[in-house]
Design a protein. Structure first.
Ligand code: MG
Length: 330
């Protein structure tokens, strides 16, 4: 089936700057893709590279879109950079999406602010029903943060758990001290304790401590996932579907290896998030809390997905209207 292809580049300020290892991130840039099939069906995709993850630039995506022209077969595989291919595949899949998915619900992890503010922030989120919390560490003084971990742990009821995300901030000595104390705290995993590129250190930490280690920045694109799988990585894979060219293939390999997978937002708009969440709902492995408790995220709410709640249902995902974001991106 032949489709008409169109794209729109966007530049969207976040409601508040996002803290990253490379400094504050104020504006999300990416490209929305639209396919219109002969039968009138419309498919949507979003190419949303994360600066610093090293996939491609938005200029490269725009160039790939321009060279595609205005017509495209609905099942053709197109070469190009990672996020661009992801977006195109998502739009093609969208054309075949079935409406009758089970109305299952998946838990969502609540984001806590870094530092002391986490203590006050956790209370209303617990009351709302969240049981998994993500807390950024490696931001302030280590001693203060370790004391805060105890205070935070004391507030959690039975069964609630923390995900600590260090964003690669630690060296070996710091990572080891943290993992020692995490062993008897309610910590589900420690995410990216050492920077991308420190594979031996990450493998050593995973072998030496009981708290699982999760890879995030170490996974940028399909090649990284394949490499860590081949090396028998025993920890968690934080999968940002937006940063994978062939999501279905990568997830099939992760599933075959019975890997622990946490689906996570790349701070894309609702268009890309809808496609990413479709993968999360199709995942057959044990469900883990989704890393999609990010909305409201943008200064212009028309680009947001559903506001963070303790559970997300497939109906909530299907209710996301990519056309509204497309029109707003005009
Ligand atoms: Mg992370």
């Amino acid at each position: 089936m032949t489709c008409r292809f169109a794209y729109r580049r966007y530049r969207l300020p976040f409601k508040a700057p996002v803290r990253t290892a490379h400094g504050p991130w104020t504006t999300r840039e990416g490209v929305l893709l639209r396919l219109e099939a002969e039968d009138g069906k419309i498919g949507w995709g979003e190419a949303a590279p994360v600066p610093g993850f090293g996939t491609e630039t938005v200029d490269e995506i725009e160039a790939a879109c321009r060279s595609l022209g205005e017509r495209l077969e609905s099942d053709s595989k197109i070469a190009g950079p990672t996020c661009f291919r992801n977006a195109l595949a998502a739009a093609q899949e969208y054309l075949h999406e079935e409406s009758g998915k089970p109305s299952e619900a998946l838990p969502v992890a609540a984001l806590l602010p870094a530092g002391h503010a986490a203590l006050a922030a956790v209370v209303p989120r617990l009351e709302a029903g969240f049981r998994t919390f993500k807390w950024k560490v490696g931001v302030g003084d280590q001693g203060d943060e370790m004391a805060l971990l105890d205070d935070l742990s004391a507030k959690l009821p039975e069964g609630a758990r923390l995900r600590l995300d260090a964003n690669g901030a630690w060296d070996r000595r710091r990572a080891e001290r943290w993992l020692e104390i995490c062993a008897d705290r309610p910590v589900e995993f420690v995410e990216q304790p050492a920077p991308r590129g420190n594979d031996d250190l990450l493998r050593g930490l995973a072998a030496d401590f009981p708290t699982p280690i999760a890879l995030d920045e170490s996974l940028a694109g399909d090649g990284d996932i394949a490499r860590w799988l081949d090396s028998g990585w025993p920890g968690v894979f934080v999968v940002k579907p937006a940063l994978i060219a062939e999501v279905a293939g990568a997830l099939a390999r992760l599933s075959a290896a019975r890997s622990a997978v946490v689906f996570s937002s790349a701070l894309e708009t609702a268009v890309g998030a809808r496609a990413a969440l479709r993968s999360a709902f199709a995942w057959a492995g044990p469900p883990r809390a989704l890393g999609f408790g990010v909305w409201p995220l943008f200064a212009d709410a028309r680009f947001d997905g559903p506001s963070a709640a303790p559970f997300l249902r497939w109906e909530d995902v299907r209710r996301i209207d990519p056309e509204a974001a497309w029109n707003a991106a005009n």
